[in-house]
Design a binder for this molecule. Structure first.
Ligand code: OGA
Ligand code: NI
Length: 347
């Protein structure tokens, strides 16, 4: 079967939200209220203090904490990390400004048939499927020579430089986290170089407009990420990310300056299920817009995606092995439906 990457064109949600208080039927989601949301119970996702890895007196402790976070949560937040504050603040400023541009300006970067990059909506594969209450700008950012600059904003003027810096710094942090995670799994260094180093990075700027019927829509359908690890930055103070935990939705409250990090499907497959990708979704606010930046990291494009031999011994492979390109094509040509995509990779 020929798979087409890319999404069917649908309405711009920011414009829709600005034009009327009516919420079209295609955005109303029966599942939005179907599962209980954990009330504020004083528990948060684990917090990893990156500076503790750099101190020989605390690095082992922090590594064990990270190992437990990956096994028990699949999500953690990282503070005191290596991405400079100025780089983050500049990116936040410019992405806010980008989404405030008039629609015609943003539409200069509209997605084109067959490509997932650009401004628009993702994972729309059929005319009757329900839609997410969000607009996105999705860009491939690494390797740098493969960037498709026609989709990169030129307004605000500093956007491209801000993104270039942000992309490099976040990639660096992702590589350092991956190295520690691989060590925690006692993987041999060759495997780490081949599969646990960032080859491909892509970045999704998410804009969730306010919605008068916020409890009936979803900003982002329930899904797991198809990468090794994702680093999410919440751009403004509006919360909305929820992770699935024991069948309930658990709201994430990011600390100031933190990245929310999650294990992706590729990590789950390579580790033969030692670390699992966790389903998550985004709910929206009735009054305020929400912005976030999700940065996805995957191995190089020619890496084979399958359980590592050394983790298969004894238990057998739980997932199929496929090449990275086919894996991504399959991912982008499916509707988001929890972990159903990963289920197709199971043996
Ligand atoms: C994503 C994602 C979460 C958020 O882009 O894959 O899960 O907080 N985003 O916007
Ligand atoms: Ni996600």
């Amino acid at each position: 079967m020929e798979l087409t990457m890319g999404s069917l064109p649908v309405a711009n949600v920011q414009a829709l939200a600005a034009a009327s208080r009516d919420v079209p039927e295609r955005y109303i989601r029966p599942e939005a209220g179907a599962h209980p949301v954990v009330a504020d119970c004083g528990v948060d996702i684990p917090v990893i203090d990156f500076s503790r890895f750099l101190d020989p007196n605390s690095s082992r402790d922090e590594s064990s904490k990270l190992h437990l976070a990956c096994q028990n949560w699949g999500f953690f937040q990282v503070i005191n990390h290596t991405v400079p504050k100025e780089v983050i603040e500049k990116m936040k400023l410019d992405v806010r400004e980008f989404f405030q541009l008039p629609l015609e300006e943003k539409m200069q970067l509209a997605q084109v048939t067959g490509d997932v990059q650009g401004y628009g909506q993702l994972f729309v594969v059929s005319k009757d499927q329900k839609l997410d209450w969000a607009d996105v700008l999705y860009l491939n950012t690494q390797p740098a020579p493969e960037r498709c600059l026609r989709f990169w904003p030129t307004q605000p003027l500093t956007f491209r430089a801000a993104l270039d810096n942000y992309s490099a710094e976040v990639k660096n942090l992702a590589d350092r986290l991956l190295e520690i995670m691989a060590k925690n799994l006692e993987l041999n260094p060759d495997v780490v170089t081949d599969k646990f180093k960032v080859g491909i990075q892509s970045l999704r700027f998410n804009y969730y407009p306010p919605c008068p019927q916020a409890d009936k829509v979803l900003g982002f359908s329930q899904h797991s990420d198809a990468d090794l690890i994702t680093l999410v930055l919440q751009v403004n103070q509006v919360q909305g990310l929820q992770i699935k935990r024991s069948g309930e939705w658990f709201p994430v409250k990011p600390l100031p300056g933190a990245f929310i990090v999650n294990v992706g499907d590729i990590f789950e497959i390579l580790s033969n299920g030692r670390y699992k990708s966790i389903e998550h979704r985004v709910v929206v606010n009735t009054e305020r817009e929400r912005l976030s930046i999700a940065t996805f990291h995957s191995p190089k494009s020619n890496a084979m995606i399958g359980p590592l031999q050394e983790l298969v011994r004894g238990s057998g492979a739980r997932y199929k092995t496929v090449n990275h390109e086919d894996f991504m094509k399959l991912f982008f040509s499916s509707k988001l439906d929890g972990k159903s995509f990963l289920d197709r990779m199971r043996c």
